[in-house]
Every structure is written in structure tokens, then in C-alpha cells.
Ligand binder design. Structure first.
Ligand SMILES: Nc1nc2c(ncn2[C@@H]2O[C@@H]3COP(=O)(O)O[C@H]4[C@@H](O)[C@H](n5cnc6c(=O)[nH]c(N)nc65)O[C@@H]4COP(=O)(O)O[C@H]3[C@H]2O)c(=O)[nH]1
Length: 709
């Protein structure tokens, strides 16, 4: 450390002499020889003392014998005021007693008269030097006192070691930070603070740098006396003496634990999904790039599993986001259990989408085995805090390098494979095949064609009757849309309705269906056929449109059709989304006089208590329960339960998809009065409806057929 005096050394010399000529002569010499000195003079001791008090000169040059007050008396008084005053006595007297008295007082020098100028100059010079050194020393002391106070009170932890690394000093801040007092730390090595988590290389490098005179800085993960961990930003530098030798090392340490924790939180937020704690899309992409590079280098296989939870949206909307969140957490846990720890990565892509990276595989079969394991594990009930649920998943698999060389392609292809798995039903996996690209292209072409279809008038309606089996009369025609594609021919709604929903075309298409169905029904009425309802399917997206009721009202008015001849078929799941709003919408439709049926009943999550609240008229038993009703006991039980439930709620019940007389009999035995299905009629064109209306003879409704013997 370099010390520089803050104050400039500008000494004052007081010269006390009663003899004027001596005074002038000596003054001239001092001015000439010591130009930096400020000179003040006095003619006697009393005057000299006064001036001393006023100017506090560093040096006093005084004659001995003077009127009023002699030099010795004045010198005594001055020494009382300052022990450091340098006093030079000028005298012709060599009286030993006076000399001894002067020594007692602490007189610095004694110059005999007649004055030898050289001797006087040498004495003054010596006194000046002495004063200068004293001033410097005083200032140094003040500086060192300040410095040690600064070190003691420093908000930064300070540790000083010798060159072997033995601790010699630590400041109170160090004690506060580490728990070790100066006594405990002194003599120990700084390694007493090691947590074992900072790399050994850091320490080696540190010693190399500081022992060659350089400064090192970096971060350490340390451990306190009580065992807790903390982070410090450390700077260590050597203390070098005047001979350029390292005498000590000094370490400054700043506690950065909070900053580190904040960094960790930010890292966690940037790379991990807050809900499930799984890596997020960002981290997954980074890990995927690393894994791909390794797979390429070592010629290994890598698999991507893309999956989502079947019907998650319905669960989330029906049972609430709390349940949805718990389910995602539980699913995340289950997925991790199915994968290799520390090797595979399970990440959440957002919503209910998960993606799994399986690196370092020998065969495709290994990826398939993981997919199968996941599917089996999803067969187990999910026990959430408030509810127990069965949830299935569909998994798409793509393999590096066959199904893609880069992350984007592999993920896209696994996603595509997942959709293929979904098309085949729930809880299954599908491996990507290159033919799927072709299908994706087909879908794109279909999408474009579909957008043009409405303007080009390529849609038409087919109608399927609903029969009351007791009266044998048609009570309603269900309008079912068809697409007359200019090249492909007639396209089934199962192929284009989901697509229309995806691309937002369902709203204008649905409106077109409603208008066409109403117009057709009105024209049958005008042709004097007995009035019947026409049923129109409303897709969930369409039903949940904010202005839907207004639109229906307007179409009915424009087509001049009485609302009681309109039936709306809405799927069970729609009923469960945003319950309050749905009930409100249904009430408004009911007030208009529109008949409401719940389509595909039995496939959703409806509970009896919930259905009770809904202002609806009819439950439609899904055809999946009807098709095996005569052979499958479970289906028969569900159909029975729905019919009984409808009866107890005073609702109509209709069975769809009735194809055989056996089914008809069985449903009739269960007292299901209304039916629809190929047994009576397939969906037919409007023109064919008129034939049906003219000759409604249903041979199998003859009494003999209806009841089992
Ligand atoms: N195997 C069998 N099938 C029978 C039988 N009886 C009727 N079906 C078929 O079952 C489907 C019944 O309609 P859905 O459940 O509402 O299912 C409909 C409905 O969800 C949707 N859809 C049809 N038209 C429209 C529409 O105008 N708007 C909306 N949003 N969806 C529509 O497309 C689905 C399929 O319609 P389609 O192909 O016309 O198929 C119709 C019908 O032709 C039977 O005895 N056996």
C-alpha cells in the first residue's frame, strides 16, 4: 500500500531576539537559505510566546537573555504548549547550569554566539527534517486508524492470510457471514469454508494467479460454521512490500447468495414448467440438440414420443382448472416413472401436451416398449385430491435418423403420428411413417377445397327419420350434411366436420345447414305433409358462439318457420362447458319453443344431478350402446340406465343407430318409444323424404314383432 501525505509541509520559524541588528542579519540568512520557510520575529520572550500561541511555528529560534521574558522562560512555556516544538537556543553564555536547564526543558539545539552561520543552517535543517517526519508520521497514524476502522466496519467480508494461506485476520463482516470469529479463524486455512461444490480447478488456478502476483476473482460456493451454504463473489490479491515481496494475501468477499437464488429461480422459470416442474419447451429443445449431436456422432437411435391426454379439455372445463392442474401434475409424475432416470427427458410443451426424448437407443422396439409402458400406466386410476379419474393418452413416435434428422422434423412427425393414434381410438401409440406426410398434404388440400365449398354451393342435406314405434309415425327428420366434392364425390361429415371446426368454417356452415333445414321443413309443411320437427346438429364451437341464439331466431324469422318445429341436437360435452352460460343459452332457446336433445348421450361425463338442471327435452342414446345391446351386457345395462333415468326426469328418450329387429325389440322391451336407424331408413335426400312421407309403412312395427316371447 502506498502512503502519501495529504497536507503539504509549509513550516514556520519564530525568531526571538532583542538585538535588532542580529535579528535582521539572521532573518536575512534564513530567508535566503530556506525560501520555503515562513519567518516571524519577536524582540522578547513575552512577545515570542504570544506569536507562538498564534502561529504554532514548527521551529523556535531564540536568544537567551532578553528583556521582559528571557529565552529559557519562554521555551518552558512553549514546551508546556507543545512537546513537539523544536527550540534552538542562541546564546553567548556557556553556563553549565543554564545548559542543563535547557536540556531538561527538551531544547533541541544550542548554538553559541558569535553565530556560525553554517552550524545554524545545519541545525535549522535538522529541525525542519525532524518536523517534517513527525508530521508525516502523525498523518500516517491518522490514516492507519481510519484504514483499520474502514476494514473493521467494511460491509464486505475481508480475510488476510500469510503467504502459506494461514488466516491472520478476518473482519467482523467475515464473522457475520461465516459464523467464525477471528479467534476461530486465525491459524486455519480458508479451505475451512469449502462446501465441496466449487470445482477444484478453480482453487488451483487461483493459487497460480495470486502467487505470481496477480489478482483473482470469481464465485465460490461455501459452507458456514453452522453447515448452511452460501455464495460469495471473491477477489483475492497479494499484498506486496517495498521490496516487491508478497507478504500476505487479502480476500474480499461479498455475499451473493440471494442473487444466486434469484438467478436459480429465473433459470427455473426460463427452463422449467412451473406447474409440473418438468423441463419446458426451451430446455427440451436445447437438450434435444445435444442428444441429436451425440446420436449422430455415435451412430445411435433416438426417439421422440409426443403425447397428450385424451379428453383433457372436457375434464378441465367440466371439473375445473384445479382438477386439470392436479391431473397434469400426476400425469407428469407417471410419465417420469416410465422413463430412464437421468437419461430420458420428459418435458411439457404446454396445455396437456408432453414430449419425451429417449436418447441412445439400440432399436425402435425400445421406444415402443416405453410407449406401451406409458399406456399401461395410464390404465391405472388417477387419484387426485378431490376426485378419482381414468385418463388415457395417445402417443406418436418418431425415430432419428429414419423419421427426421433435425429436432423440428422429428417433433412434427411425432405429433403427426400422435394424431394418427388418436384417430384410431384412445390409449394407443403410433409410429410415424412417411405416408403420413402424404396424408398431411391431403388434409391441406381438403382444407382449401372446404373453404371454397360453401361459396360453390357444394353442400347438401340428407334427412333421416326418427320414428315413434307405438304410432309408427315419423316425428322428426334429422338433417345430416353432405359435401358433394367436385372430384371425390360425396364426402361424409365425419371427414369434414372436424376439419371445418379446426379452420373456423363450422359457424357459417352450421348457419347454412340451419337455414336449409328450416327452409326444407317449411316447404314440406306448405306441401301439406303432417308437420314434423327437423333436427339440426350444432357442433360445440357453433353452440358456444356468443350470438348463436340471435342467429337462430333470425334464421327462423327469415324462413318463417315456427320454432316448435326445430330441434337442436347438441352433444353431451357441450352441455358441460361453462355450465351457467349453457343453462342460460338453453333457457333462451327453450323460451323460443325450440326442442333440445342431447346427442351421443352416455359417452360424456354427465351426472344425474347435473342433467336434472338442464332445460332439455330429449336424451339420445349413443349408437355405440345400441349396436351391441342384444349381445353385450354392459351396453344393455347402460341403455337401460339411460332409459330409466330419462323416464324419472320425464324426458323423451330416443335410440339412434337401430339396425336390427333384435335391437328394436330389446329397446321396445325397455320402453324406449322413439328410434332412428338404418332399420327404418338411411339418411336420404329431400326428394326421397317425400316418398317416405307418402308411404310410412314400417313392417317390423307390427305388434307381433315388437315384444319378445
Ligand atoms: N352405423 C349406423 N349409422 C347410422 C345409423 N343411423 C344413422 N347413422 C349415422 O349416424 C350418424 C348420426 O349422426 P350423429 O351421431 O349426429 O353424427 C353426425 C354428426 O355428429 C355430424 N354431422 C352431420 N351433419 C352435421 C351438421 O349439419 N352439423 C354438425 N355440426 N355436425 C353434423 O357428423 C356425424 C356423422 O354423420 P353421418 O355420417 O350422417 O352419420 C349419421 C348417420 O348417418 C345406423 O343405423 N347405423
Amino acid at each position: 500500500m502506498q502512503f502519501t501525505t495529504a497536507k503539504l509541509f509549509a513550516p514556520t520559524l519564530l525568531f526571538v531576539e532583542d538585538d535588532r541588528s542580529t535579528r535582521d542579519l539572521i532573518s536575512l540568512v534564513i530567508d535566503a537559505r530556506f525560501p520555503g520557510i515562513k519567518l516571524i520575529t519577536a524582540a522578547n520572550g513575552a512577545n515570542g510566546l504570544e506569536l507562538y500561541k498564534k502561529h504554532r511555528p514548527e521551529i523556535v529560534l531564540t536568544d537567551m537573555k532578553m528583556p521582559v521574558m528571557d529565552g529559557i522562560t519562554m521555551a518552558k512555556e512553549i514546551k508546556q504548549l507543545s512537546r513537539e516544538a523544536k527550540i534552538i537556543i542562541l546564546s553567548g553564555q556557556t553556563d553549565a547550569r543554564l545548559l542543563l536547564e535547557a536540556i531538561d526543558i527538551g531544547i533541541s539545539h544550542y548554538v553559541l554566539k558569535p553565530i556560525n552561520q553554517e552550524k545554524l543552517q545545519a541545525v535549522i535543517k535538522e529541525c525542519l527534517e525532524c518536523s517534517r517526519l513527525e508530521q508525516q508520521l502523525r498523518e500516517q497514524e491518522v490514516f492507519i486508524r481510519r484504514l483499520s476502522r474502514a476494514v473493521e466496519q467494511s460491509p464486505v467480508s475481508i480475510m488476510i492470510t500469510d503467504t502459506s494461506g494461514n488466516i491472520e485476520y478476518v473482519n467482523p463482516r467475515f464473522t457475520k457471514l461465516t459464523g467464525y470469529s477471528l479467534q476461530e479463524a486465525a491459524g486455519n486455512k480458508p479451505s475451512m469454508l469449502k462446501s465441496g461444490q466449487s470445482p477444484d480447478d478453480d482453487y488451483r488456478r487461483l493459487w497460480e494467479i495470486i502467487s505470481s502476483g496477480g489478482e483473482w476473482w470469481g464465485e465460490f460456493h461455501n459452507r458456514k460454521k453452522d453447515g448452511t451454504y452460501y455464495w460469495v463473489l471473491t477477489s483475492i490479491s497479494p499484498i506486496i512490500d517495498g521490496d516487491n515481496h508478497i507478504t500476505h494475501f487479502i480476500a474480499f468477499q461479498e455475499d451473493i447468495t440471494e442473487r444466486k437464488q434469484a438467478e436459480d429461480t429465473i433459470k427455473q422459470m426460463a427452463y422449467y414448467d412451473a406447474l409440473t416442474g418438468l423441463p419446458n419447451r426451451q430446455l427440451f429443445n436445447e437438450l434435444m440438440h445435444l442428444a441429436l449431436a451425440q446420436a449422430q456422432r455415435h451412430g445411435r437411435l433416438l426417439a421422440i414420443l409426443f403425447l397428450d391426454l385424451d379428453r383433457f379439455k372436457v375434464i378441465n372445463d367440466t371439473l375445473g382448472h384445479g382438477v386439470g392442474d392436479e391431473l397434469l401434475k400426476a400425469a407428469a409424475l407417471r410419465l417420469r416413472e416410465c422413463c430412464r432416470r437421468d437419461i430420458d427427458t420428459v418435458a411439457r410443451r404446454g396445455g396437456d401436451e408432453f414430449i419425451i426424448l429417449l436418447p441412445d437407443l439400440d432399436s425402435v422396439q425400445e421406444a415402443v416398449r416405453v410407449a406401451q409402458k406409458i399406456i399401461v400406466s395410464f390404465n391405472r386410476l388417477f387419484t387426485l385430491p378431490d376426485i378419482e379419474l381414468f385418463v388415457s393418452t395417445c402417443i406418436g413416435i418418431s425415430i432419428y435418423p429414419d423419421d427426421g434428422k433435425d429436432a423440428e422434423t422429428l417433433i412434427k412427425n411425432a405429433d403427426m403420428a400422435m394424431y394418427r393414434a388418436k384417430e384410431q381410438g384412445r390409449n394407443r401409440y403410433h409410429l410415424y411413417t412417411s405416408s403420413m406426410d402424404e396424408q398431411a398434404l391431403q388434409r391441406l388440400t381438403m382444407e382449401n377445397d372446404l373453404r371454397r365449398a360453401l361459396q360453390n354451393g357444394e353442400f347438401l342435406l340428407y334427412y333421416q327419420p326418427k320414428i315413434n314405434i307405438t304410432s309408427g309415425r315419423i316425428v322428426c327428420f334429422e338433417a345430416l350434411v353432405r359435401w358433394q366434392h367436385p372430384e371425390i364425390g360425396l364426402v361424409s361429415p365425419n371427414q369434414f366436420i372436424p376439419l371445418a371446426e379446426d379452420i373456423g368454417l363450422i359457424v357459417p356452415l352450421g348457419q347454412w345447414v340451419l337455414r336449409a333445414a328450416c327452409r326444407q321443413n317449411k316447404s314440406w309443411q306448405e306441401m301439406n305433409y303432417p308437420p314434423m320437427r327437423v333436427a339440426v346438429n350444432f357442433s360445440p364451437k357453433q353452440f358456444l358462439q356468443p350470438m348463436m341464439v340471435n342467429m337462430v331466431e333470425q334464421v327462423l324469422a327469415e324462413e318463417d318457420m315456427d320454432p316448435r318445429w326445430l330441434e337442436m341436437e347438441v352433444t353431451e360435452n357441450v352441455m358441460l362447458q361453462n355450465v351457467d352460460k349453457t343453462i342460460d343459452t338453453l333457457n333462451r332457446l327453450n323460451n323460443l319453443g325450440i326442442h333440445i336433445s342431447i346427442d351421443d348421450f352416455g359417452t360424456g361425463y354427465s351426472s344425474l344431478s347435473y342433467i336434472k338442471k338442464l332445460p332439455i327435452q330429449t336424451l339420445k342414446i349413443d349408437q355405440s350402446f345400441v349396436s351391441d345391446i342384444d349381445t353385450n351386457k354392459d351396453d344393455a345395462a347402460i341403455a337401460t340406465a339411460v332409459i330409466n333415468m330419462a323416464r324419472s326426469l320425464r324426458l323423451n328418450v330416443i335410440a339412434e343407430g337401430v339396425e336390427t329387429v333384435e335391437q328394436l325389440k330389446m329397446l321396445s322391451d325397455l320402453d324406449c318409444q322413439e328410434m332412428q336407424g338404418y332399420l327404418f331408413s338411411k339418411p336420404v335426400s329431400a326428394e326421397e323424404v317425400t316418398h317416405l312421407l307418402k308411404s310410412t309403412e314400417w313392417p317390423y312395427l307390427a305388434m307381433g314383432h315388437l315384444h319378445s316371447t
